[in-house]
Design a protein around this ligand. Sequence first.
Ligand code: ADP
Ligand code: ZN
Ligand code: ZN
Length: 729
Amino acid sequence: MNANLASPRPLIARVEPLTRTRAVRGPFDYRLRPEQSDVAVGALLRVPFGRQTTLGVVLELATESALAPERLAEPDAVLGPGVPADLVELAAWIAEQYCSTPARALSLLLPPGTAARVGRPKPVLVAELTEAGARALRDGGRLTERQRAALTVLETGGPALATALGTATLRRLETRGLLALRPLEKASRPDAVAVGRRLDGAPALTADQQRALETVLAALGGNGRRPAPERFLLHGVTGSGKTEVYLQAVQATLAAGRGAIVLVPEIGLTPQTVGRFQARFGDIVAVLHSGLGQRERHEEWMRLRAGEARVCIGPRSAVFAPLHDIGLIVVDEEHDGSYKHEGDPRYDARAVAQRRAEQHRAVLIAGSATPRPESVVDLRRLRLPERIDGRPLPPVDVLDMRGLHHPLHPVTRMALADVRAAGTKAIVLLNRRGWSNFLSCRGCGHVWMCPNCEVALVLHRAQGTLACHHCGHRRRAPSRCLQCGSTSVARHGAGTESIEQELREAFGSELPVFRLDADAAAGKGRLAQMLARFEAAPSGVLVGTQMVAKGHDFAGVALGVVLDADQTLRFPDFRAEERTFALLTQLAGRVGRGEDGGRVLVQTLAPDARSIALAAHHDADGFLAVELRRREALGYPPYGTLIRIVCASPDAGDALSLASRLHGLIVPSGAAVLGPAPLFKLRGRFRSQLVIKCGDRLPTLRAVGAAVDACAADAVRRGISVSVDPDPQ
Ligand code: ADP
Ligand code: ZN
Ligand code: ZN
């Protein structure tokens, strides 16, 4: 007789404990109690671990362990179903691809609020304008600027998600009866922050859109057994209607009974895109982003896990949405740097999206007007070469600033005066916030530097402070030099704050100025409000950092200006050209979307720089061709992989010696290890860097991982941090 029938074998769970330390690697076996027999892969457990307890995720179930059953501990509790099995597999892939640990990778994709023990979910709130609110707007009732902006959004766009507008502001308006807050109901009418023009139904597609969509639909309709699911690059000029192609592809995916993930760069800056999806598909859309409270995020996550929502839209981390059967993943504005995660694991959501699409045999569409060279080589390109309605791209003039001292070129001043006279709009981009670059003493030449970082402090005049843009250090703006006592302090360069002032002084109140940068937009909902105010204004200038160039679709922008266009070129980085080209092209993309067309002015000290000249001619193909040749010659992506290792320590010698030791340990197989090279001091830590350039990605990653593991204990003891960044941006 079979003994197993009499005494069934124990059920073993292989559990990865969620710790940050590199030294601890699971999985470890635990014996499940009979009442825990429904535990599945991905389940979240609380388990005894050494002398403590810890959270852990079930990686695998088994009936046998190398250890005798009586030596196995039992979990203290099952905390929930955790994550679907495909995400457990994805975490393992991320850990390997980004030289991290399974535990760190798993903690990226747990249900929101896992660590904080989730309570009952709070409802997602929707704000709606009341008649009293409409009256207050019309009659100029007593309203702060922020309150007026929120009400304006509701008036022009209808009901909107409260978190997008700032719940605190809305609560105050609610107590005055100027708006109503209600929970988002199932099958309620779709809500969207209305910024940008709205389409009601789906429009008739242009011939180019139709062609692109049909190719995607053919791939979507293919049976699930094809060996490699298709991956597309939707390369469409700005304003060519890429979003409409995504929308109809999502529609087809839903009709086939599958789900879709739509990644966008940053929700605060792309409320229009989110709004279009919600308007088209309603409650089946879940939004996951950091502007939501933890409970709201948990609720949205659960709607996806339960299959109630089948479209997830959100930034980078939405790539981990717990959808069951993904048919389509869209990466909008695929060139955007925000897809790369800054903390360990330093994953790239674009690469993770490709992996997830493979897992689910889903179609991938990456879209951009300025695609990355990597995507041009790796993906099948579909093109939208013209703007909707055949509107031309705006002409671009490059203005040589050499020898000029005023921040605005005379041609720029005239063009802005024309905008004021015509009552249209302009966007001015300067990729530097604050008042000026740095301060120096006219008496002794002293430059005010950050005490923690080797960088100059930036003046923020409105706050009366000097600030470090790297570590956040702040101090009062000086009135005299600490070294020599001189009261003559020189300000060098311009930032968004001083340009704002400059514009106000030059053009007066007839041309209102709206500033959009990390300072002006601090606080929930502020970005959407600022964009809504600029849109609602009949005329004005939007001035700000690269935020102003991101995907907005405003009518009536007749002028775009880029100040100091070569600023991004001065970074010692192989992506400097790509970034500069993208920034100029994207800014030009915001201009001339109305009937009246528009123009773009680019001020620069490097008028002949290749990326600037090619962007001025809207020549993406020319740029990509040259850039790909250059990358091939140098072995840069997509023709090779770069891996960056940074050692940081309060002691400069420690950082350098660890980097040297790692260099010795990484035995390259056809890889070149460059460095150690010093980086500027950051947050009080000296840094030393290695860069590895290789053709054979995975073996090199493994060699790097092994080397870092070998040094990990020593590094921890000496307080040296080691960060590994495959595919640095
Ligand atoms: P892109 O993302 O390519 O820059 P958008 O998706 O923002 O372009 O589209 C530009 C504008 O054209 C939007 O206002 C959009 O609603 C509109 N649009 C898109 N497709 C069509 C169409 N087929 N017919 C009419 N308008 C369209
Ligand atoms: Zn001095
Ligand atoms: Zn600093």
